[in-house]
Design a protein around this ligand. Structure first.
Ligand code: B12
Length: 264
């Protein structure tokens, strides 16, 4: 298994991944049973999670920063998904059925909230790739909170990492919470998805997806909004990433930003 794990890690790094980790799949405490790896892949043993850094200058461009950041994000999702598909294929051919998990799509809509098929930031924490910030984002020691994540579910019992002992989120820091323009963060690791989504993503049809808030208990409306999001809102641009750029960890490993914007 060590040899296979090394082979997959090298394969992902060759595809431009900056970090690679392996999380145990058992006892996955997602409140959504259908978002638990063993429920998705029979005999699932591990979640391989990997990430690519979006370099700091992209967020700090003098002009068009959020649009260039959105372009880079969507391009990264394609790269992350291609790497996940390739790694899952390699593992399956080695005799270990495995499946890719998309960096963004397919999203689920449940009770008016969006969910990923598997929460990749939680997988990354379980794999020891970092800890969760009060802004509910993964903080990595080398790339701060600038990683975008991809994943693979596998039946191969590869050697797994373990969560970091010490949090990388400064205990008494509340910059993300205070700087969030819509007070979407509760400072205890919780987020009001709706407040954030209304303020951070831009798409001409996005407001239609908010119908699900009024009919959050209607399975039919949730399903329609989910399909709408998967087909009509597969790409969008950003209007906010303040919780990310105002976080002290944003500069971690960013190699300094000459003339970059000073955080508040
Ligand atoms: C839905 C979604 C959103 C929603 C909701 C955000 C959220 N916090 O969930 C909205 C549209 C608001 C959003 C915004 C953004 N997003 Co987003 N998003 C997703 C997506 C598609 C699914 C996440 C999900 O399932 N959330 C629902 C649950 C899991 O999250 P939660 O409410 O925090 O969960 C709580 C509990 O339910 C429980 N829990 C739930 N599942 C599990 C599992 C385990 C194992 C445990 C222990 C606990 C647990 O713990 C949490 C705290 O109580 C993921 C991709 C993916 N598949 O993971 C990207 C993702 C999380 N987003 C990402 C990013 C970068 C952003 C933005 C920064 C984009 C921007 N505007 O610049 C903002 C940041 C807002 C913020 N501070 O979170 C990245 C984060 C990377 C990182 N470094 O952490 C991801 C991983 C995409 C990627 N492939 O890289 N996003």
């Amino acid at each position: 298994m060590e040899k296979l794990a090394t082979e997959i890690r090298e394969m992902l790094e060759d595809q431009g991944m900056d970090v690679v980790g392996i999380a145990p799949a058992a006892d996955w405490p997602s409140p959504q049973p259908e978002c638990r790896p063993p429920a998705i892949l029979k005999d699932c043993q591990r979640v391989i999670v990997f990430g690519k850094e979006i370099p700091a200058p992209i967020y700090q461009a003098e002009l068009h920063a959020l649009d260039l950041y959105a372009m880079t994000s969507h391009n990264f999702y394609h790269q992350l998904d291609a790497a996940a598909i390739a790694a899952a294929g390699r593992l399956t051919r080695a005799g270990y059925p495995s499946i890719p998990i998309g960096g963004y799509q397919p999203v689920l809509m449940r009770e008016g909230d969006y969910w990923g098929v598997v929460s990749l930031k939680h997988a990354a924490v379980r794999a020891g790739l970092g800890t969760m910030g009060k802004n509910t984002l993964l903080i990595n020691e080398r790339f701060g909170n600038r990683l975008r994540l991809g994943g693979v579910l596998t039946t191969a019992a590869l050697p797994a990492g373990r969560p970091l002992a010490k949090s990388l989120c400064y205990e008494n820091c509340t910059k993300c919470v205070r700087n969030c323009p819509v007070q979407a963060l509760d400072g205890k690791g919780g987020i009001n998805q709706h407040k954030c989504l209304k303020n951070c993503a831009v798409h001409p049809a996005l407001s239609l997806s908010f119908i699900s808030r009024w009919f959050r208990h209607s399975k039919r409306v949730n399903r329609q909004v989910e399909l709408f999001t998967r087909t009509m809102i597969s790409t969008y641009t950003y209007s906010c990433c303040t919780c990310l750029t105002s976080c002290p960890s944003f500069k971690l490993g960013a190699g300094g930003s000459p003339g970059g914007k000073k955080d508040k």
